[in-house]
Design a protein around this ligand. Structure first.
Ligand SMILES: NC(=O)c1ccc[n+]([C@@H]2O[C@H](COP(=O)([O-])OP(=O)(O)OC[C@H]3O[C@@H](n4cnc5c(N)ncnc54)[C@H](OP(=O)(O)O)[C@@H]3O)[C@@H](O)[C@H]2O)c1
Length: 259
């Protein structure tokens, strides 16, 4: 773990304390660039030490007032309590937890091999549930905090092209809705973020990925939704009406479509 000492920044507000899980994700990196320019204090967790060090160094040069890091495979749920306690101790508190890690997985392989499907479900659903259980209780105790989590439009309806990934995100979105219903009255905000296809490493090999949403504008919308303490964010915004239609198509029509 590496630490930079806090530096003073000209601002009336104390720097926000932000924990980022999956900090080397394309969407998380773009979001952190905005927070760094605002002078935030960041604790970054990722499993690739080299990439994590590069992201941390970049965020320091962009103005983050404090950056600490931990290398962790977030599938290792047994280690979550220790990791999270260390992170909030390092930040001396926590205003925002941002969960960004995830895998797309191989749908064709998952159709044949349960272990592949189980891995997608574990990384995208079980690991976030473990993290959020600890984080929600931490925030409820303090009656404050924002839990901002990257789910996906893919969770709104199962489609043949990616229903294993989609079901992991559907489970996550349902968990977040229930968690919000529990902790909103305790002063804690739960933001479900549902990006449409966005240009990152995850989508780079997909056809027409050059037409996907720009990661920096997705990140701007996420920062703004957190600041406004919103509940659910579709980003870009047009995915909200599109998914409304897709969710409401009758099954007898939907099952014939090639989506
Ligand atoms: N891009 C899109 O179109 C899109 C759309 C909707 C939702 N999302 C969601 O947005 C989130 C971020 O995705 P992205 O587009 O930014 O993709 P990305 O650049 O591929 O980032 C995914 C990140 O998750 C990390 N990760 C995966 N498994 C992990 C584990 N077990 N432990 C620790 N880290 C792990 C990866 O680490 P490594 O670099 O070490 O592999 C990587 O940093 C994901 O949850 C994704 O499902 C993305």
């Amino acid at each position: 773990m590496s630490t930079t000492l806090p530096t003073s920044k000209a601002s009336n507000q104390p720097p926000r304390k932000i924990l980022v899980l999956g900090a080397t994700s394309g969407i998380a990196e773009a979001t952190c660039r905005i927070w760094a320019a605002q002078g935030a204090s960041l604790f970054l967790v990722a499993r690739n030490a080299e990439k994590l060090a590069a992201v941390a160094a970049d965020l320091r040069t962009r103005g983050a007032s404090y950056v600490d890091t931990a290398v962790a495979d977030l599938d290792d749920t047994d280690k979550h309590p220790e990791l999270l306690a260390h992170a909030v101790n390092s930040l001396t508190g926590m205003d925002i937890a941002y969960l960004a890690h995830g895998i797309l997985g191989d749908q064709a392989e998952a159709e044949q091999n349960f272990n592949t499907a189980a891995q997608i479900l574990y990384t995208n659903f079980m690991a976030p549930v473990s993290l959020l259980t600890w984080l929600a209780n931490f925030c409820v105790q303090r009656r404050s905090g924002v839990l901002a989590v990257l789910s996906s439009v893919a969770g709104d309806r199962g489609r043949k092209s990616n229903y294993v990934y989609g079901s992991s995100k559907a489970g996550l979105s349902a968990f977040l809705a229930g968690l919000r219903n529990r902790v909103d009255r305790e002063g804690v905000t739960v933001l479900t973020i549902k990006p449409g296809p966005t240009r990152t490493a995850m989508t780079a090999a997909m056809p027409k990925s050059e037409k996907f949403a720009d990661v920096d504008s997705v990140a701007e919308s996420i920062v703004s939704a957190i600041d406004k303490r919103r509940d659910v964010l579709y980003v870009p915004f047009q995915w909200q009406p599109i998914m409304f239609i897709i969710r409401n198509l009758p099954e007898r029509i939907f099952k014939k479509l090639n989506l």
